[in-house]
Design a protein around this ligand. Structure first.
Ligand code: UDP
Length: 362
């Protein structure tokens, strides 16, 4: 039985027959993200904060705990470090007691504002130890240290993955990260906020690719411990992302420039050679497709339709004709977006500790 902290991995594990205990303190997550699993006979939801010890009998632990959006993790930075460090100690202690295999959701932030590009796993990073992002970056770095020391000292079976910017359905509209901000702003017709010049780069991975990578890593032999980068190596500037969102929504929102937050990395792109070799994994979902799914999700969640989806719906609508006995007239334009089913989240076995990217990672 796995214990898991991410709705998507929880879904995937349940779906493949595992019993899942999903642990969340709901600081940034919501019950809505796992509502579709609540009646499932092999799924259990538990409100708990990983900063406190947890006593369960499980075979696997998937530790995703820690808010991943800069806005959220900077809200209570001391608690952010505690979540990564005390959370890792508690989850590793649980793994040691019951002999469970344990996966850590680490992050591209361990590379800081990188001076090596793209970033391979053997790059040690360029990280400010006392800036406003340090609570997240150094917390996650310390968690990696703990994982590798438990592995060396106590022979624990560990898997460490470094997640690069991830997005997709089930993100919170106020998440604060760039993809959700831009989509929500475009749908509401509000200005798109570019921080700095908009020339900084990121590489955006769709959540389904991430979950496939997690499942593959957890399924590897015990000698595969990581760290392994899991991200999409297609790099673009933040401005190019804004333009893609405008194109895909048809929104006329203007672009406005805001100050660049401190220590905001100027470039980020994963070297995924190791993931390709060890996991036979690479991303499959192109940016346009992933953004399309995410836009549809936010349209449905917010009850808004983008100019583009309205135009598409109008084009596919059956033209109104006089009703006949044989052919009843459709009442309205088909609510294509509203009825679109969201991609089923992946379910993972055991304990998942939630909170992070989509509830996803950076
Ligand atoms: N960003 C932006 N506008 C926003 C939100 C973010 O220009 O409304 C920028 C941010 O400064 C960063 C990039 O987008 O350079 C990615 O930010 P995000 O918070 O999504 O994740 P990060 O990779 O910085 O953790």
């Amino acid at each position: 039985m796995p214990v898991s902290s991410a709705p998507t991995s929880a879904s995937s594990c349940s779906a493949r027959g595992d019993e899942v205990i999903c642990v969340d303190n709901f600081f940034t997550g919501t019950r809505r993200n796992v509502e579709h699993l609540l009646g499932h006979p092999r799924f259990e939801l538990m409100r708990h904060d990983v900063c406190f010890p947890l006593y369960l009998e499980v075979d696997e632990i998937w530790n995703f705990a820690c808010p991943a959006s800069p806005v959220h993790y900077q809200h209570d930075p001391v608690q952010t470090t505690k979540t990564s460090v005390h959370g890792a100690i508690n989850m590793l202690g649980l793994a040691k007691r019951v002999g469970a295999k344990i996966l850590q959701a680490s992050t591209s932030e361990v590379y800081g504002d990188p001076q090596v590009h793209p970033q391979p796993e053997d790059y040690w990073g360029h990280v400010n130890p006392n800036g406003i992002r340090s609570c997240y970056d150094e917390g996650k770095r310390c968690a990696e240290t703990l994982f590798f020391d438990y592995h060396r000292q106590h022979r624990l079976r560990i898997k460490v993955m470094r997640i690069f910017n991830t997005y997709g359905p089930r993100m919170h509209p106020n998440d604060g990260r760039v993809v959700s901000n831009f989509i929500v702003q475009a749908l509401k017709g509000e200005a798109i906020t570019l921080y700095g010049s908009g020339q900084q780069t990121r590489s955006f991975q769709y959540v389904d690719d991430l979950i496939r990578g997690c499942m593959k890593l957890m399924g590897t032999a015990d000698d595969v411990v990581g760290p392994v980068n899991i991200g999409n190596p297609v790099e673009l500037t933040v401005r190019e992302l804004a333009e893609a969102v405008l194109r895909l929504t048809g929104s006329r929102s203007e672009l406005v420039y805001r100050p660049l937050p401190h220590d905001d990395p100027m470039q980020r792109c994963p070297d995924i050679t190791r993931a390709r070799r060890l996991l036979d994994w690479e991303p499959r979902i192109q940016l346009e497709e992933g953004l399309g799914e995410t836009i549809a999700y936010f349209e449905s969640l917010l009850g808004l339709r983008s100019p583009r989806s309205m135009a598409l719906a109008a084009r596919t609508a059956v033209p109104a004709v006089a009703p006949t006995a044989a052919a009843p007239v459709p009442a309205t334009v088909p609510p294509a977006v509203a009825q679109r089913s969201l991609p089923e989240a992946v379910c993972a076995p055991a304990v998942t500790t939630l909170e992070n990217e989509a509830g996803v990672a950076a």
